[in-house]
Design a protein around this ligand. Structure first.
Ligand SMILES: Cc1ncc(COP(=O)(O)O)c(C=O)c1O
Length: 380
């Protein structure tokens, strides 16, 4: 009898990993399900990025292991991207580390900075991976509340009342998923300051800043942020490359080399053509985002209509590729979602999977065609 690791007792299979099997089995039985659950862009990556991948396949060294820090061309484009859009100066060799998607960065960062008895501040609601990785590694989670009444921002008075003596990392995610809330410069300043006062590493996870957002912002643009902040970013959402698995982490050289110590022992570099394609995408003109957002705006209008038909309320100020909608019925969000799936063939995400403060909400993705969203509306 071979037991599983005790670590597995604290986590369960990712909600979508399980639920999408159920959705697929309904589809296999012939049901026409409109999937508005996950944030996997259906739109294509930039055409010349795809062509760059194809051309790079035939290059002499394309099939070999690549360097652990990513190719220079990619790091250089990441630096130029940060300068152009966020006004942040990054040295391609010192401040940037490409990742196989930002999700893996959550693990590497946790492994690089946490000791056994350190605690981690995690937003509730928030991206579930912050909690699951912290549990896998065996560190203590201290949730901090994000609530609608506080604009989905941390309440610093409440934070200061917590015992922060063991807190090493605070996960922050603006623009926020699932709520769609953006951070102001002032909020980022307060977060950086809070980290400094309490000797906490702030990690902002920033994959949504160009989706339906007129003011892309990086926490690294705050004066002094390099001293105690790291930022994760991703190609998945902004260039429709979720399956290519390209993200990156930026920070000061010491932080980056700590993360590289873990990462270089975990994987053996990224496929060269994918890195070249990602580098190409990062040098697209601004009109890439303009065109992308025209599509998302059209979809968002329809999803607002869908949410209203479901009797939900929502803010029209939020950004990102999801609508975060309040159910306004005293029914658990998972039950609401299951009813919608089985009665109307529409799949959305229940708010509870993002934490207890997500109960009473659903998250509806914009990653489906207007035709399919209209079909969903017509079923209600
Ligand atoms: C908040 C947040 N962070 C990170 C990720 C992971 O992105 P990537 O595809 O770069 O791993 C996601 C993906 O859904 C996300 O919503």
């Amino acid at each position: 009898m071979i037991d599983n690791s005790k670590r597995l007792e604290h986590i369960s299979e990712y909600y979508f990993s399980k639920k999408l099997r159920e959705v697929k089995s309904l589809i296999d039985k012939g049901e026409d399900i409109v999937n508005l659950g996950i944030g996997s862009p259906d739109l294509f990556p930039p055409e010349n990025s795809i062509n760059t991948v194809i051309k790079s396949l035939n290059q002499k060294n394309a099939h070999k292991y690549q360097g652990y820090s990513g190719i220079y061309q990619l790091r250089e484009k990441i630096s130029s991207f940060y300068k152009k859009y966020y006004e942040v100066d990054l040295h391609p060799d010192q401040n940037v580390l490409p990742l196989i998607g930002s999700k893996e960065g959550i693990f590497h960062i946790s492994m690089s900075f946490l000791n056994d008895d350190d605690s981690v501040l995690i937003p509730n609601p928030g991206y579930p991976t912050y909690s699951s990785i912290t549990k896998l590694i065996g560190n203590k989670i201290i949730n901090y509340d994000l609530t609608e009444s506080n604009n989905w921002e941390p309440d610093f008075n409440n934070l200061k009342k917590l015992d922060l003596s063991k807190v090493k990392i605070m996960w922050v995610n603006y623009p926020n998923m699932p709520t769609g809330r953006t951070a102001s410069v002032n909020l980022f300043k307060k977060i950086v300051q809070f980290g400094k006062e309490n000797n906490i590493l702030i990690v902002n996870d920033n994959p949504y800043s160009f989706i339906l957002n007129d003011n892309p912002l990086s926490i690294m643009s705050i004066s002094g942020a390099m001293e105690n902040c790291i930022e994760l970013n991703s190609m998945s959402k902004i260039y429709n490359m979720a399956g290519w698995r390209v993200g990156f982490v930026v920070g000061n050289p010491t932080f980056i080399s700590n993360i590289l110590k873990v990462k270089s022992n975990m994987d053996s570099g990224m496929f060269y053509p994918v890195q070249m394609g990602a580098a190409n995408a990062l040098s697209q003109n601004n009109d890439w985002f303009e065109k992308l957002n025209i599509k998302y705006k059209e979809r968002r209008e329809l999803v607002w209509e869908l949410a209203s038909k479901l009797g939900c309320t929502f803010s029209k100020d939020n950004v990102g590729m999801f609508i975060w909608a309040k159910i306004n019925k005293s029914i658990p969000s998972k039950e609401f979602v299951d009813n919608l799936l089985h009665k109307s063939g529409i799949f959305v995400a229940p708010g509870i999977i993002f934490g207890t403060n997500g109960e009473g909400y659903i998250r509806i993705s914009l990653c489906n065609s207007t035709a399919n969203i209209k079909k969903a509306i017509s079923r209600l």
